[in-house]
Design a protein around this ligand. Structure first.
Ligand code: NDP
Ligand code: OXD
Length: 306
């Protein structure tokens, strides 16, 4: 079988080595324009030319969880698009969200400021009951994050498209459940895929429905958030702060107001990185299953967008 590797901004050699070790019978090559047909492809942000030149692919393996970028390309109808399912990302996401949440809840920024001034000053303890955490998206990553947050004793709400039941989580679903979900939450964690239904979902109306002193943690995609609406709510004192890992334009442009805003923490799209070893094991396992005509999980519903 022939496998193309076509990943922008990724050094191919260690991937080729790892994939070849996992699939010794496969012929794996870095794609170049004009190459003969491949059976499968391992991709991240491939050019349209790659898709156009390889109409006979059996499956496209995205080495990330989100496929919004891939689905912007013109794909042949019926091509199986396969996303990464966890592969070591959910625990990273849980670490990141719990860190941001606890840093805010325990007021570590204020303690750091006091320490810089040599001040030994306590702050009044706050109650977890006053900081219900709402998680948008109860998929592979959202469920792991919900579990981790619940372990710390915060009340946890979750919102998904279809109704979901999750131990220790008050769940809501669909457009009809959104307002109640937001009204029940003070800290909002976004783990939705970016689709036509979810673009701009973090806006003045939705963020304004959070409990007073709301806090946003956006770890999904920059286009979920209306930047100006977040700034307006922070500056009006309606939201207490935000931790943002993803942005409409990445890298975040040097002049963007998020960089300098005192209530915003910026990180460079690093909350859950693709881990090469886990990813190769998952992708190679699925290619082997497909080659044996067995079913696989993680196939994206292209019409739904995730
Ligand atoms: P999943 O596909 O497993 O889960 C998606 C969840 O979102 C599901 O619960 C789904 O509902 C829900 N959802 C989708 N559309 C809607 C909607 N219109 N209304 C309500 N709920 C909706 O995705 P993952 O958990 O694996 O990943 C989530 C996202 O995280 C990725 O798409 C990616 O954008 C982002 N990501 C960011 C990373 C980073 O480093 N910052 C790293 C990895 C991922 P239902 O359960 O009903 O289907
Ligand atoms: C992903 C990402 O979707 O890294 O996997 O954002």
């Amino acid at each position: 079988m022939k496998i193309a590797f076509c990943c922008t901004d990724t050094r191919p050699e260690p991937w080729l080595q790892g994939l070849s070790a996992a699939l010794p019978q496969a012929d794996i090559q870095v794609w170049q324009p004009g190459m003969a047909p491949f059976d499968y492809a391992v991709v991240w942000a491939p050019p349209q030319q790659f898709i156009d030149e390889q109409p006979g692919l059996r499956a496209l393996f995205n080495i990330g969880a989100g496929v919004d970028g891939l689905l912007k390309l013109r794909l042949p109808p019926g091509l199986a698009v396969v996303r990464l399912e966890d592969a070591g990302m959910s625990v990273q996401m849980a670490e990141y969200v719990c860190h941001a949440l606890i840093r805010h809840f325990r007021e570590f920024d204020a303690y750091e400021a006091s320490a810089r001034q040599g001040q030994w000053s306590f702050r009044k303890p706050r109650s977890r009951a006053d900081f219900p955490v709402g998680i948008m998206g109860l998929g592979v990553l959202g469920r792991r994050v919900a579990q981790a947050v619940a372990q710390f004793g915060f009340p946890v709400n979750g919102w998904s498209r279809a109704p979901r039941a999750l131990d220790g989580v008050q769940t809501y679903s669909g457009p009809q459940g959104l307002q109640d979900f937001l009204a029940a939450s003070r800290v909002l964690v976004n783990l939705l895929p970016l689709t036509p239904d979810t673009e701009n979902i973090l806006n003045h109306d939705t963020l304004g429905r959070l409990q007073p002193g709301g806090y946003l943690i956006n770890v999904a995609r920059g286009a979920h958030l209306v930047d100006a609406d977040l700034l307006a709510l922070l500056d009006a004192g309606q939201l207490a702060g935000a931790t943002l890992d993803v942005f409409r334009t990445e890298p975040l442009p040097a002049q963007h107001p998020f960089w300098q805003h005192p209530k915003i923490t910026v990180t460079p799209h690093t909350s859950a990185r693709t881990l090469r070893g886990e990813t190769i094991a998952q992708v190679a396992g699925k290619i082997a299953r497909l080659a044996r005509q067995e079913p696989i999980t993680g196939v994206v519903d292209v019409a739904r967008g995730y």
